[in-house]
Design a protein around this ligand. Structure first.
Ligand code: ADP
Ligand code: ZN
Ligand code: MG
Length: 506
């Protein structure tokens, strides 16, 4: 029997607010800050304290909801999700459950199979938990966010992350391949970065992806039993884990086994998913409305304000780049994935005089990206400004320099920060296109090589290519090739005694 995968995604994104969701503690960089430096009685779960909702976190959540074309609910409710775990000092997590911030949106993605629309089921706000570091034997620290039945000797608790605002974005089960899942994750990360709500720094754990995967016989209207894979934090691991899990389930069904609803984790060393816990029954979180927080009311004025503050989003910008600059979907995609890159590109295009947008796209995605990658710099730190890059492209477009010279000049611009024109002048790199100068070089070469001229006159016309090379050598590669070709042809024809047009000299 043939099986097809069905996948839905839950994504947790930390919101880059200054302070936490319900208290004034700062949000600190998890990988840099000392443990437990950003903790107060509220996020430490002391008795008798009261949460106060961070307005900025709601605004960021609204940005996400609107960018995903969701319906924003006029009233949403915070609830207590009760469970016991050492990284959750209150004994419950404040989250939105029955009445989320927003629902029913969509995100369009591009795959090798064409465009796909992924439906968004809900977008809701919640708070993050703390972080545990499990020590299994002295000197061995292992960090994990959720680990059932682990054999640690003891665990360390860091509450810096407890109470950091999160937005959770849940899709409908609309994916049917690991490629689609990856494309969505990439597009969502790009969107969150455009919105300025999340850095997209996946190694730091600020964006965590949980795929729910099932397989079913092709054509079956029902969904198979799903398995949830916890906390994947790179695109590579996401793609591998989904691919592995599809295969594991398909093979199990083919052997006549059944799939259990369970939570699994990714083992990066063995490249397999590993059972964490099996859900025989639904988890009972005993949800109930948070009594210490009033319902969250979003009035239309606030909503409009957030809507009008949204930037042009990556998908819209991609479309515009294709139309306005005549770029391929691929180039437009590469240039719009990051807002800083798109801004850089547009500034360069605007300041160019003759260079085409296509030519500038090639310089940005080719030479400039190559160099930035090598030295691990982001485009904001490029020593070559968009205006400088445009000046270089203009020199090339105007025939002042050739392609190879342009590359050499860019290398020097990146090293010294000097403008292209200045480098070209200093090093005498501009092309010579003065026909009289070039004519002089051509006749010098022809005079110096009577033997080759004779074989040309004897009918070996292919030797003209060799003359071309000799003149270029004499000109140190700086002769305008078009002018040189014309001039060489003219003089060779003349030697042959052929009639030359008086007007165009050919
Ligand atoms: P929870 O995991 O909190 O119980 P849901 O039941 O709403 O939440 O589902 C979470 C995710 O799992 C959603 O993205 C949904 O699309 C996806 N999902 C639900 N059922 C299936 C299934 N049978 N196969 C694949 N994905 C599924
Ligand atoms: Zn606090
Ligand atoms: Mg889930």
């Amino acid at each position: 029997m043939l099986y097809e995968p069905v996948i839905g995604l839950e994504v947790h994104a930390e919101l880059e607010t200054k302070s936490k969701m319900f208290c004034p503690c700062p949000v600190v960089d998890a990988t840099r800050a000392e443990p437990n430096v950003a903790v107060c009685p509220v996020c430490a779960g002391m008795p008798g304290v009261l949460p106060v909702l961070n307005r900025k976190a709601v605004e960021y959540g609204l940005r996400v909801a609107l960018a995903l074309k969701c319906e924003v609910m006029p009233v949403s409710i915070f609830a207590r999700k009760n469970y016991f775990y050492p990284d959750l000092p209150k004994g419950y997590q404040i989250s939105q459950y029955e009445q989320p911030l927003a629902r029913q949106g969509h995100l369009d993605i591009l795959t090798s199979q064409g465009e796909r629309t992924i439906r968004i089921r809900r977008v809701h706000l919640e708070e993050d938990t703390g972080k545990l570091t499990h020590i299994s034997s002295p000197g061995q620290a292992q960090t994990s966010m959720e680990q059932e039945g682990d054999k640690s000797a003891y665990s360390l608790v860091d509450l810096n992350r407890a109470g950091v605002p999160l937005v959770e974005i849940v899709t409908e089960p609309d994916f049917h391949s690991a490629e689609e899942v990856r494309a969505y994750a990439v597009a969502l990360r790009s969107l969150l970065r455009y919105l300025g709500v999340n850095s997209g720094d996946m190694q730091k754990g600020v964006l965590r992806i949980e795929p729910n995967i099932s397989v079913r016989p092709v054509g079956s209207p029902e969904l198979g039993t799903r398995v949830e894979i916890k906390n994947l934090n790179s695109f590579r691991v996401l793609e591998r884990a989904v691919t592995f899990e599809i295969q594991r389930q398909t093979e199990a069904l083919q052997r006549g086994e059944r799939i259990f609803q369970e939570t699994r984790g990714w083992d990066d060393e063995q490249e397999i998913t590993i059972l964490q816990r099996r859900k025989e029954t639904e988890d009972d979180y005993r949800y109930f409305p948070e009594p210490d927080l009033p319902p969250l009311v979003i009035d239309s004025q606030w909503l409009h304000q957030v809507q009008s503050g949204l930037p042009e989003l990556p998908a819209e910008r991609l479309q515009r780049f294709q139309g306005q600059y005549g770029l391929s979907a691929y180039d437009a995609g590469v240039l719009t994935a990051e807002m800083a890159v798109a801004d850089y590109y547009e500034r360069a295009v605007q300041s160019a005089l003759t260079a085409s947008p296509k030519m500038i796209a090639n310089w940005v995605t080719g030479e400039l990206f190559g160099w930035l990658n090598q030295v691990a710099l982001s485009i904001d730190h490029s020593p070559v400004s968009p205006q400088s890059l445009a000046e270089l492209a203009d020199l090339l477009a105007q025939g002042e320099i050739n392609q190879n010279t342009a590359k050499a000049i860019l290398t020097e611009m990146l090293a010294s920060g000097k403008p292209a024109g200045w480098i070209a002048d200093q090093r005498g790199l501009r092309l010579v296109s003065d026909a009289r100068v070039i004519a002089g070089w051509v006749s010098q070469v022809l005079h110096e090589h009577p033997e080759q001229v004779n074989s040309y006159l004897a009918g070996k016309e292919t030797i003209s290519g060799w003359f071309f090379g000799q003149v270029m050598r004499l000109a140190k590669n700086q002769a305008d090739p078009e002018v040189l070709r014309e001039e060489l042809e003219r003089q060779l024809h003349k030697l042959k005694g052929e009639k030359i047009c008086e007007i165009c000299h050919r």
